[in-house]
Design a binder for this molecule. Structure first.
Ligand SMILES: Nc1ncnc2c1ncn2[C@@H]1O[C@H](COP(=O)(O)OP(=O)(O)OP(=O)(O)O)[C@@H](O)[C@H]1O
Ligand SMILES: [Mg+2]
Length: 285
């Protein structure tokens, strides 16, 4: 075994990202936003780490750096032991198939002028048309959509179904890691549980690891083995979701937790999984 294959799937080391804003006056130095500061964590293959924190705490910045869409100011992102931000362009392109992203907005993230087949196949490398078609069918099937949906356009689907299309696109390269930035927060509460259950099923079936970003502790509790709480660009607390719920150590986590509805308080609430509902066979409409 090589050293790289023994390395954790994702290792984030001391990551920082500073944004320089435009000067407010000629004399003043340009203000700098410390969007991320000293962020470190490890994610093993097949595991699921939730990142929670209020708006502006740096969650999406972290996602963009992990996806190598932006360069860090300091620190490293290691994917299976390789420093992503130092890979040559061709190697990065190949490595990208190992990690895919699902965004918050299922309306903005799918090109309305393209058919589903083309959208879902987009991350695939060059391959024969028939093989492409087969892979698209497989991915749509995995998210509970039909092969015939490949010929439709995004506007023909509901929000929950569109998020399934986005997940199919992320799955099609059979990635080891999916970074999901608020994947359900634009969806109706009734549809959120279906999409979360689908993501759980896919994790079990394909052994995918998730970096799962949400401002909602209840959502993260539903899908994650471990949760990191971010405040002002830093991780202030990390642990299993049960512990963060029952005995938050950091005052900031306590404030997040108090915003979460208590289990059983409301029959319609999100923390409960609909009994026996398989998200795979009952796509929302
Ligand atoms: N391109 C940029 N230029 C300047 N500042 C930025 C940029 N991107 C993010 N920031 C700043 O960095 C900080 C973290 O932003 P980020 O979008 O990562 O937060 P977030 O936790 O994802 O918030 P939300 O929950 O609202 O999505 C914020 O203060 C934001 O204004
Ligand atoms: Mg964000």
């Amino acid at each position: 075994m090589t050293a790289a294959s023994e390395a954790p799937l994702l290792q984030v080391e001391n990551l920082a990202k500073h944004y320089r804003l435009p000067r407010e006056s000629l004399l003043a130095p340009p203000p700098v936003v410390h969007a991320l500061e000293g962020v470190s964590f490890t994610l093993q293959a097949g595991r699921s780490l939730g990142i929670v924190g209020e708006s502006g705490s740096g969650k999406s910045t972290l996602a963009r750096l992990v996806m190598a869409l932006e360069a860090p100011t300091a620190g490293r992102v290691l994917m299976a032991g390789r420093d992503l931000h130092r890979l040559p362009r061709a190697a990065l392109r190949a490595a990208r198939r190992e990690f895919q992203m699902v965004f918050q907005d299922p309306y903005g993230s799918l090109d309305p002028r393209q058919r589903v087949a083309r959208i879902v196949a987009e991350p695939l490398p060059r391959m024969a048309q028939a093989e492409r078609r087969r892979r698209v069918g497989e991915a749509l099937d995995a998210v509970g959509l039909r092969a015939a949906d490949a010929d439709k356009y995004p506007h023909e689907f509901s929000g929950g179904q569109r998020q399934r299309i986005a997940i199919a696109r992320a799955l099609i390269t059979r990635p080891q890691l999916i970074v999901a930035d608020e994947p359900v927060s634009a969806l109706d509460v009734s549809v959120q549980a279906q999409v979360l259950n689908l993501m759980q099923d896919l994790r079990r079936e394909f052994g995918i690891a998730y970096l799962f970003i949400s401002h909602d502790l209840a959502v993260v509790n539903h899908v994650c083995d471990e949760v990191a709480v971010m405040q002002a660009g830093r991780i202030v607390e990390q642990g299993p979701p049960e512990r963060l719920f029952l005995a938050p150590q950091h005052p900031y986590t306590q404030t997040l937790d108090s915003a979460v509805p208590q289990a059983g308080a409301d029959p319609g609430q999100r923390r409960q999984r609909p009994a026996g509902a398989s998200s795979r066979v009952a796509p929302d409409s």
